[in-house]
Ligand binder design. Structure first.
Ligand code: ANZ
Ligand code: ZN
Length: 871
């Protein structure tokens, strides 16, 4: 047999697929539709192994579904706006657009070299006006529907990149790219009302049966719905001890916390401080614990704190709180700090009880009301705080025996139980007590049952150049005006400079100066651009339908959507997926698209990893710099480090392009599918890719070496059975995206064929093998198909049919007893279902005669062994 020339076959078949537009999806072919999508790449420069793995998985599914008779939409495009293009502009003096388009060209050629079954006729790049202009139109539709608003809000300001950062872009208080210490700033920002959809976005998760549970949980936690009571305490000024921060100086906690007085003892002396506020509202998910409250705490930027911030010690304390960071994660880990304002709050059920009001660093301003009631016995943060500031700890929920002393150590009790020390709540369980307190608060007019979400509205303003311009005009006389749709797209100016940091749109000499669409007077364009997550929130809709004059055609888009299988990295588990789900629901709300969930199936694939290497003098080394434990350039021994995700910083990347050039597309694809379950990490190895290359050659020897390759069967029932089991198994594996299992089955089938003697069965098995491997290694399959003279392309061929008769592996002997006595034995297929076994036993001649037409009292089936009939 000849050797398979992968490089030649790659280019031949890639050209054929291209020329014939083999993978162009037709909107109305009459076939059932299937939409397979991988998360589109950011055009960073070159394709990396993560891309190869991601797109290979989607490709196998897309090709498989085509062969199974679906009209498949499998598109590709570019998430082309974003910071790196601006960074390149700053570093290299190249325009972000030039840099981006050059990267797209390179990466597109690289993707084509892998032979992906993509519909390139639908390619899009979000940085082109024919994409972002439509996004602007959608923004205006949302604006008209009241889903867009502007407000002053504190943002994370990166003083080096001169831009607003999302919370998750702030790592340990520093900008994720610049590493600069992040500051808080107030800016007027545009927001999308994602919070209007909080409940829908939670409830919708319930329908997503084909999403990983962990992703659904992450989304649910991110939305963070809590039910409880919002209520207010009356503030009694001038009675507190007002000693400021008590930390450190306090005595150790009394040995008997149960006896500690719950009443706050006002200290004598000290001028009565005032805040001007009369009530302080708090949100609690545990109103049942209200009798265990021993303090109230407000956030550092709460009005009560701000009102007394003219006192230097208060101002200093507030500053100190801000230094530690204010994100939820940061607050969780910091040491608890408090400042006693000297104000007290009256307990709503007992006005003589006074709770000191603290400013505390663990209270978030933008959650709930920015203030909490502290219940140390039942909340860990409150307990830590109470221990530090020597505040009473009173247990109000008992665990088990009510007569037990309800001692509280260093761990708050958060479990269920009955209420104690709680007046009219005593004896109620937690849920009943919650209802009772809510009812009384509502009746008394000092509180209301409420639902609070962690989710905030989506701040979409970015003070950057390389993004979708927000289509708004500011007029001094008319205020905020939407750009008239006829004037869309609002195109980015080309002539911009990145010589100094900041937003080039803002300092462009002419771009922002426009006439007000309402009064015609000189006005200013909005110079903020949209968060790039907006671009990726609807690209899958534009792929489905891309008319020139509008964002999408509703009927066509609805024919394709939702995306049946979406594949991408777990790093997008929260934001991208949540924003896309929101955007889709917003369009439904406006009446533009009747799709609730954009992605019904989601798969998050693992990463491609590689060993790391360090030189004798502790530099990271690339695999190319190393041979046999020696650094090639210096001849010095190296140390091998951990296997980690391929990353530029650790230099442990392997560039796919030379791999494809050397081993061909099929071997590269095969390796990506073979070694690990797709949700796990895949360690790259030289031996792995070589093994894949050998397997492609082995396939070719089978295809090329046998003269009897043809459909049909006969002569070798064992091989026939193996073949049909393999067909079925692979169908199931590919649908489950368990590619490594499919690969293992194909290895087995090859071995079985190689061992089989020549027969029509063998020729048929080889013929079928071509079809089975076609989704995974399409080039060698296509080459063999043509070499054997079969019609058309294998990419267009039908997937082989499973013959159920041939699936039965083995037969087993089953004993049939009547009233415990052996009466018959039956030979039945091994995997027969219980009911079928029962039916076979009852209808067996000997048994039917014994039963004589009377229905049995009971039938016990032990599959694979026996049936016992009680007559
Ligand atoms: C009293 C209480 C007693 C609480 C108890 C908990 C346990 P989730 O479930 O995450 O929604 N809280 C309310 N607003 C806060 C804010 N702005 N910053 C920090 N903490 C705040 O948490 C709700 C609970 O977190 C609320 O219920 C409140 O403490 C606190 F045994 O009230 B709880
Ligand atoms: Zn005007």
């Amino acid at each position: 047999a000849t050797r398979f020339n992968a490089l030649q076959a790659d280019s031949t078949w890639q050209k054929v697929w291209d020329d014939r537009q083999t993978f162009a999806a037709r909107d109305d072919s009459g076939k059932p539709h299937s939409y397979v999508l991988e998360m589109f790449p950011y055009p960073s420069g070159r394709i990396h192994m993560g891309h190869v793995r991601n797109y290979t998985m989607g490709d196998v599914l897309a090709r498989f579904r085509r062969m199974r008779g679906y009209e498949v939409l499998h598109p590709m495009g570019w998430d082309a706006f974003g910071m790196p293009a601006e960074n390149a502009a700053m570093e290299k003096g190249v325009h972000p657009g030039t840099w981006t388009l050059a990267n797209i060209e390179t990466m597109k050629a690289q993707l084509k070299r892998l032979g992906f079954a993509l519909d390139w006729s639908r390619e899009l790049a979000t940085c082109k006006p024919d994409y972002y202009g439509h996004e602007q139109a959608l923004f205006l539709d949302m604006f008209a529907a009241g889903l867009v608003y502007r407000k002053e809000s504190a943002v994370n300001w990166d003083p080096v990149d001169m831009t607003v950062l999302a919370n998750e872009q702030v790592i340990d208080g520093r900008g994720w790219r610049s590493g600069a210490l992040v500051e808080k700033r107030k800016l007027s920002q545009w927001f999308l009302k994602i919070t209007d959809f909080a409940d829908e976005l939670i409830d919708g998760l319930g329908e997503l049966d084909h999403w990983p549970d962990k992703v659904k949980l992450m989304q649910e936690n991110w939305i963070g719905k809590s039910q409880g009571l919002t209520f207010s305490f009356e503030i009694l000024p001038g009675t507190g001890r007002g000693t400021g921060e008590a930390g450190g100086g306090g005595l150790p906690q009394s040995a008997s916390p149960v006896e500690a007085p719950l009443h706050h003892q006002p200290a004598a002396g000290g001028p009565p401080p005032g805040s001007g506020e009369e009530r302080v509202a708090v949100f609690s998910t545990r109103p049942d614990t209200i009798f265990g409250a021993s303090f109230v705490a407000v956030a550092a930027d709460h009005p009560i704190a701000q009102a007394i911030a003219d006192r230097p010690e208060v101002a200093a304390f507030i500053e100190r709180c801000k230094k530690g960071g204010t994100t939820a994660a940061e607050l969780e880990t910091q040491e608890k700090l408090g400042f006693d304002t000297g104000l007290t709050a009256a307990h709503p059920f007992d006005a003589t009880r006074r709770l000191p009001i603290y400013i505390a660093n663990f209270v978030l301003m933008d959650y709930g009301t920015g203030a909490v009631m502290g219940v140390p016995a039942h909340d860990q943060r409150d307990l830590d705080f109470a221990r530090k500031y020597d505040l009473p700890v009173q247990r109000v929920v008992a665990d088990g025996d009510l007569r037990d002393p309800v001692f509280v150590g260093d761990e708050a009790y958060t479990g269920p139980g009955a209420l104690v020390n709680s007046d009219f709540l005593d004896g109620l369980d937690v849920e009943a007590a919650k209802r009772e307190v809510i009812a009384r608060a509502e009746a008394g007019g000092w509180g209301k049952g409420s639902t609070v979400y962690r989710l905030r509205d989506w701040g979409v303003s970015r003070q950057r150049y390389w993004g979708t311009p927000i289509p708004i005009i500011h007029c001094n006389a008319c205020g905020v005006q939407p750009v008239p749709k006829a004037q869309l797209p609002v195109v980015l100016p080309e002539d911009v400079s990145f010589a100094i940091p900041g937003n080039p749109l803002d300092r462009h000499p002419t771009w922002k100066h426009v006439a007000c669409p309402a009064c015609g007077e000189p006005a200013r364009r909005e110079t903020d651009t949209l968060d790039t997550f907006a671009d990726s929130s609807w690209y899958f809709i534009r792929f489905a339908s891309q008319p020139k004059d509008k964002p999408f055609d509703r009927a066509v888009a609805e024919r394709w959507l939702p995306v049946g299988q979406y594949i991408g990295g777990v790093e997008h588990a929260i934001l991208h997926l949540l924003y896309a789900r929101f955007w889709t629901r917003a369009l439904k709300h406006i009446g533009m698209l009747d799709i609730a969930e954009p992605f019904t199936g989601l798969f998050t694939q693992g990463m491609v990893t590689h060993e790391t290497y360090k030189s004798a003098d502790n530099r990271w080394l690339s695999p190319d710099d190393v041979r046999d434990g020696i650094e090639i350039a210096t001849g010095q021994p190296i140390t091998v480090g951990r296997v980690e995700k391929m990353s530029k910083s650790k230099k442990n990347t392997v560039d796919p392009e030379p791999i494809v050039d050397r081993y061909g597309a099929d071997a590269t694809r095969w390796f990506m599918l073979s070694d690990s379950p797709p949700e796990r990490d895949l360690p790259w190895s030289e031996s792995g890719i070589e093994g894949a290359w050998r397997f492609v050659q082995r396939l070719w020897r089978l295809f090329d070496g046998d003269d009897t390759v043809a459909p049909g069967e006969g002569g070798d029932p064992t091989l026939d059975r193996k073949l049909h089991q393999t067909i079925l198994g692979i169908e199931q594996d590919i649908e489950a995206l368990a590619f490594n299992k499919a690969v293992a089955k194909l290895y087995e089938l090859c071995t079985a064929i190689e061992r089989a003697a020549p027969s029509p069965s063998r020729g048929n098995a080889i013929y079928t093998l071509m079809l089975l491997v076609a989704p995974m290694v399409p080039h060698v399959a296509e080459e063999a198909w043509a070499a054997k003279g079969f019609d058309g392309l294998i990419a267009d061929a039908a997937w082989p049919e499973v013959d159920p008769k041939l699936l039965v592996e083995d037969e087993v002997t089953i004993a049939v007893q009547v009233n415990g006595k052996l009466r018959d034995t039956l030979t039945l297929p091994k995997d027969m279902a219980r009911e079928q076994i029962e039916a076979a036993a009852l209808s067996a001649d000997k048994i039917a005669r014994l039963l004589d037409g009377k229905p049995p009292k009971k039938v016990i089936v032990v599959p694979g062994r026996l049936v016992n009939i009680v007559a």
